[in-house]
Design a protein around this ligand. Structure first.
Ligand SMILES: [Zn+2]
Ligand SMILES: [Zn+2]
Ligand SMILES: [Zn+2]
Ligand SMILES: [Zn+2]
Ligand SMILES: [Zn+2]
Length: 659
């Protein structure tokens, strides 16, 4: 490959590679578009200081996705600090490998449409430190270097394949050109939305055809079957799907499938589980019975297991062996076996007292306690002074987003040419957070009131309809539309989380996009009811202690008051307040909208779905609200009177004991 091509063509934040354009995804650069190549092509050779990211719990979960232990590492993108002023700076040649895609370009001056390998176009990337000026050109009209841009159309299928639009075949209706073996094409863009008016012409035989004939139902008839191309890997796989036309820049070209864990010290049962997983290969795998274990425990390399009773250790070994056996059996997954619960160990750490010893990656403080005015709602407040969140990219999907609760539903496209990649891209964020636990009795009483309500039924019906509309055609066996329904409790906690995030952003001057959430919501006998709000950007904001400071009683009272007061009304009311989910396919929220509840894509763990103000505060029927009686705050105007619309009889004046 030409030297110029090996130079940097742009920059992307590490989080960008996880959320908006990682392996297999297209990234828009100022003058063209590139595709991030598979992990087989990433190189760390020139990065001497490079180290894998250490997070055993996440690594185990990633292995679980691939159902085999092949993945050995989590790796951040290769990167080197730049040396300003050094023209031969190695850093300028290090980065995530990309490839120009689509590989068909159009000259902006003469509308010539050709593939990169036709040698019709040239490439300029002369200034090592000005990657934004890199561009393709067409030497047309007196050999002026006219800008050539990506031809806008691509094909993609639900198996995750991506291909150039077959312009030559399309314009000639599948037959070869009568006049030329390598015909020259033109693309005339007459404007309009979504390429509704783009004409492709063969300049040799004058045949022409409008892209319109490739869209929608016409496309099903007029387009060839998917070629199974994975351009990021340079391979073709068998595929029998009819592809769909995508426009460059469409948001459904790439959806990340990621796993995220909070780095926590293992506690109690999960500590033993983690230990067993860690010691499995080469040690515990050979322990076939309690007697073998009894002997093994006398050996020096098993010392760390002596902290638990032998019977308990044997139980954990047997359980892990059973789960491995189930993993090897694809039917176990088809029958609905869920992935291991990544949230449970985190919940255990947040709710176990005393809090664990401070560590560089995880430091809790819970001396603030629950402010007097919030004691009717919250059971605990934990300030997280230091945390580390690690995210791994395990694959991606196209056209439909992966279902986070049901990751096997939408076909996952590979990030490596190997069936199991040797490593997966990962990123870590250090920051701070605030964990709030909602009172068990409050949640239990509320669930009793709402479980059989028409509102929850509307949420559940919408969920079933949504899944049936989107996914039922993909499902080979029997389809359970309610599978992984998050439940009423999730919707209430999730809504509370959004309300607090928005109030915190206002209070601290954070951009709400710099915060993220993690909702701990159990169902049935599982007691979990908590939320973690944390700083989600590696920038300075996360180190200022602002979020931790909000855990102090006065600040927390003020922010919560603000959040709940805001929840009472929305400038889109009564439309917003009266909305129930289910009126259209993509609609899984109730009283919620951009004005009152939605947050940015990187902040929300469920894409702004499963939100409803009426389940948290008395927007409509007070029985539906988790906080039927809004907490009344000492020293602040009563939330009720500020909201205006709530009859005061519904509010109890909880006497706040002064702290
Ligand atoms: Zn031209
Ligand atoms: Zn022709
Ligand atoms: Zn395909
Ligand atoms: Zn609203
Ligand atoms: Zn959310």
């Amino acid at each position: 490959m030409n030297e110029a091509y090996r130079r940097r063509v742009g920059t992307a934040r590490p989080s960008h590679l996880m959320f908006t354009g990682g392996v297999g995804g297209l990234i828009d650069l100022p003058n063209f578009t590139v595709l991030v190549r598979g992990v087989d092509d990433w190189s760390y050779q020139a990065v001497p200081s490079w180290q894998p990211i250490h997070e055993p719990r996440l690594l185990a979960a990633v292995r679980d996705v691939y159902r085999q232990p092949g993945v050995v590492e989590l790796r951040a993108a290769p990167w080197l600090e730049e040396t300003p002023g050094d023209p031969s700076d190695l850093a300028l040649r290090i980065g995530v490998p990309v490839t120009p895609f689509p590989q068909w370009l159009r000259c902006t001056a003469c509308n010539t449409l050709a593939a990169l390998d036709s040698k019709t176009f040239g490439f300029i990337n002369a200034k090592a430190r000005r990657p934004d000026e890199a561009r393709f050109f067409h030497p047309c009209r007196g050999n002026k270097k006219r800008l050539a841009v990506p031809a806008r159309f691509l094909l993609a299928c639900t198996n995750g394949h991506l291909d150039d639009f077959p312009y030559v075949e399309f314009v000639h209706h599948g037959a070869p050109c009568a006049k030329a073996t390598h015909p020259t094409l033109r693309m005339d863009d007459h404007g309009g939305n979504l390429g509704a008016n783009v004409k492709i012409t063969c300049t040799n035989c004058q045949m022409h055809r409008n892209i319109r004939e490739a869209l929608g139902a016409a496309g099903e008839r007029n387009l060839p079957l998917c070629r199974g191309r994975h351009p990021h890997l340079g391979v073709f796989r068998p595929c029998e799907q009819t592809p769909k036309v995508l426009v460059v820049g469409a948001s459904n070209q790439w959806f990340a499938e990621t796993l995220t864990v909070l780095a926590v010290p293992p506690t109690g049962a999960s500590a033993l589980r983690a230990k067993v997983v860690e010691m499995w290969d080469g040690a515990l795998a050979g322990v076939t019975g309690p007697e073998v274990l009894a002997f093994a425990l006398t050996q020096p390399n098993f010392t760390s297991l002596r902290a638990w009773p032998a019977a308990q250790v044997w139980e954990a070994i047997a359980a892990h062996r059973a789960s491995l056996a189930a993993d090897g059996h694809a039917d176990a997954f088809a029958a609905g076996q869920a992935r291991p619960d990544l949230l449970m160990p985190e919940w255990e750490v947040f709710t176990t007292k005393p809090v664990p010893e401070p560590m560089p990656d995880f430091t809790l403080r819970d001396d603030g306690g629950v402010p007097a005015g919030l004691q009717t709602a919250l059971a605990d407040v934990v300030q997280v002074e230091r945390l580390r969140m690690v995210r791994a990219l395990v694959g991606f999907t196209r056209l439909d987003a992966p279902d986070p609760a049901d990751p096997d539903l939408v076909e996952r496209a590979p990030i490596s040419r190997e069936a199991t990649p040797p490593w997966v891209p990962a990123s870590e964020i250090r920051g701070e957070g605030l964990f709030l636990r909602v009172r068990d009795d409050l949640i239990a009483a509320w669930e009793e009131r709402v479980t059989a309500s028409a509102t929850i039924a509307a949420h559940a019906d919408a969920y079933a309809r949504y899944r049936r509309n989107r996914y039922s055609e993909r499902i080979k066996g029997p389809f359970d539309p309610m599978r992984h329904w998050p439940g009423a409790r999730y919707i209430a906690l999730h809504t509370l989380s959004h309300l607090l995030i928005r109030a915190i952003a206002l209070e601290c001057g954070y951009s709400s996009a710099s915060l993220a959430e993690r909702v701990y919501a159990g169902t049935d006998d599982d007691p979990r009811a908590g939320i973690l709000i944390y700083t989600a950007v590696p920038d300075a904001e996360g180190t200022l202690g602002g979020l931790v400071a909000l855990g102090e009683p006065d600040a927390l009272t003020r922010v919560t008051d603000c959040a709940l007061r805001d929840a009472m009304s929305c400038s889109s009311d009564p439309l917003c307040a009266e909305r129930l989910p289910g009126q259209s396919d993509d609609f899984l929220h109730g009283a919620a909208c951009h004005v009152c509840l939605f947050v940015s894509e990187t902040t929300c763990e469920r894409g702004n779905r499963f939100l409803d103000r009426r389940l948290v505060v008395p927007v409509g029927d007070p029985d539906l609200a988790l906080l039927r009686d809004l907490p009344t705050f000492a020293g602040t105007p009563s939330a009720a009177s500020a909201a205006g619309s709530t009859p005061s009889s519904m509010l109890s004046a909880t006497a706040g004991t002064a702290r």
